[in-house]
Design a protein around this ligand. Sequence first.
Ligand code: SF4
Length: 462
Amino acid sequence: MMGPKQEAQSALFYEFSIEDHVPGDHLLRSIDRFVDLDGIRQYLAPFYSSTGRPSVDPELMIRMLLIGYSLGIRSERRLCEEVHLNLAYRWFCRLDLADPVPDHSTFSKNRHGRFRDSDLLRHLFETVVARCIEEGLVSGQRLAVDASLIEADTNRQNSSAQRDWAPDTMEATDAPRADQEYLATLDDAAFGAATPVKPKFTSHSDPASQWTAARKGPAYFAYSTNYMIDTDNAVILDVEATRSVRQAEVGAARTMIDRIAKNFNLSPERLIADTAYGSAPMLDWLVNERGIAPHIPVIDKSGRKDGTFERADFTYDATDDAYTCPGGKKLRQFRRTYKIPRSGVDKDGLMRYRARKSDCDTCDLKTKCTPRDPQRKVTRSIYEPSRDVARNIAKTTQYAISCKLRKKVEMLFAHLKRILGLNRLRLRGPNGVRDEFHLAATAQNLRKLAKLIPAPAKPQSA
Ligand code: SF4
């Protein structure tokens, strides 16, 4: 039997509770258990004036941002509309049915003001990490680090080639916000000062972004998000925004290790990373300055493709400070004593060991060793002992386990891009990018808490 036609009838009074309409297993309900914003107003108080028009409630703004980044709602305009219409979003934002939702332009303006000045999003991220540690999800022993490219909100058409780009002619006070931030970070190791190499193109709308072809496809402008995770449960312990160049990413790894030790008193046993982090100075810093075992492949360019002897075919004797070649002859740095002792170390931290020309001239192995040069030379880094530590670790079964654990950080990047939709940034400039990466990492940790710590069962009614 066909039911009666449904007609909307306005009632004079409603008895309605949003609480009753949000399902018990809704993601936002699970996340809400771990969102502690009690101290936010107090934290922000010094950044607000005591006079003037009251601002949008900062707690409401944070809750709306958490919805956006947890559920992949990337547009601010759409986020405001969704919070207005969706009961679960209203419940999470502590809004009743009739409460107004901020206009998207007001939302955007507030977001870029005091939140940046107070570094609120960093504070929020660290509060959530502290909660993960409190809940026992982090041991702080086996950390993994990696970086991922996120496309900047700019394109090739709006850019200048290297020869046409003149940052010294930019007027800092007149420039747009992203340009001002670019000028302010020219000496920052994570951005302008990361490398002296100038990029091929510089974007006009977001000059701090990096023109890169690192993905082996067409080049584009990007920033890098750097994650330091605890591999027990893939909790993100720290996040850092940098230019998409290797030097900046390795620098970010050092910054994050020190910051984790300072903020959470964690001293890891090992650091797991890919070859990008296997430079000699980085390995030495880990081994000798921080006492951390590097589970990292060593960057080694001593391999040869022409079939001649590689450096690995020469044996180093530390007591004699000399290499022995396959022909049994010694390769030394110095063969005489100088009045003023020489270090023999070049600007890249390399020392050169040479065989005697007379030895090589009469050697039967010369064509297999140094067919073109009169004598063979072998280089050695001043950080070679630390590189040897990493090489020895790479032969262990623990290293094989670390290689599998490293995938966890890659999976977080895949989740960030595919599920949370952060494959292209919406904000520009180093500060905007930093905000986006902090919010996304906070959302990922909150989702992790919600997944791993089940809600306590409701008591059965009698
Ligand atoms: S060519 Fe020189 S360095 Fe090479 S094996 Fe012979 S003696 Fe040794």
